[in-house]
Write a new protein. Structure first.
Length: 188
């Protein structure tokens, strides 16, 4: 058992440092972007790969249910990662690199908010989706880590966890989603 002693302390110390380094003004601005889209009745569309796809799904699960129940105001959230059949059809018939952009072509309305999540900031399918959204009148918010990658540069708004550790990036992004939920629910 002693070989595992300190595991929690080591990880939580790294997480604390990563969270302390986050730009609070950047986070508050991103919360305001989401709040505006919600109040304006826009779609709020999330996407990402791997762990970031689960974060994208988690956001919509929390926000759709909790924000609506607390406020009575519809929250028009949706994610591009929850329909496996559609996801695989685009990946197989067109390309994995275009599967998010192709989905946006069918549903995006100018003024909608696209939230793209990529730890590296360089996932090609995420970049292509943000490019498409930017060119078609959407508001874009990128959640990234590491150096921020291309996503940090092309998204109109960003939340950047500047840490070279995927799990810490994913933790910071998940916490951002909880900050959004609590703020829009009037809990903070």
């Amino acid at each position: 058992m002693s070989e595992y002693t300190g595991s929690a302390s080591t990880y939580l110390t790294k997480l604390s440092s990563a969270l302390e380094a986050l730009d609070r003004d950047e986070i508050d601005a991103a919360v305001a972007v989401i709040a505006k889209a919600w109040i304006d009745g826009r779609q709020i569309i999330t996407l990402g790969n791997g762990g970031s796809s689960m974060t994208a799904l988690h956001f919509i699960t929390d926000w759709n249910k909790s924000i609506f129940l607390r406020s009575g105001r519809p929250f028009r959230g949706r994610t591009l990662v929850d329909n496996v059949g559609l996801f695989m059809a685009y990946a197989n018939d067109i390309s994995f690199a275009d599967l998010f952009a192709e989905q946006l072509k069918n549903i995006l309305i100018p003024g909608d908010l696209v939230i793209a999540i990529s730890g590296s900031g360089n996932s090609e399918n995420v970049i292509r989706a943000v490019d498409y959204a930017n060119l078609n009148g959407a508001v874009t918010l990128g959640l990234c880590g590491y150096s921020g990658g291309r996503l940090k540069d092309i998204a109109q708004h960003k939340v950047w966890a500047a840490v070279n550790d995927m799990q810490l990036c994913e933790d910071a992004h998940a916490i951002f989603g909880h900050i959004v939920m609590q703020k829009l629910c009037g809990m903070i």
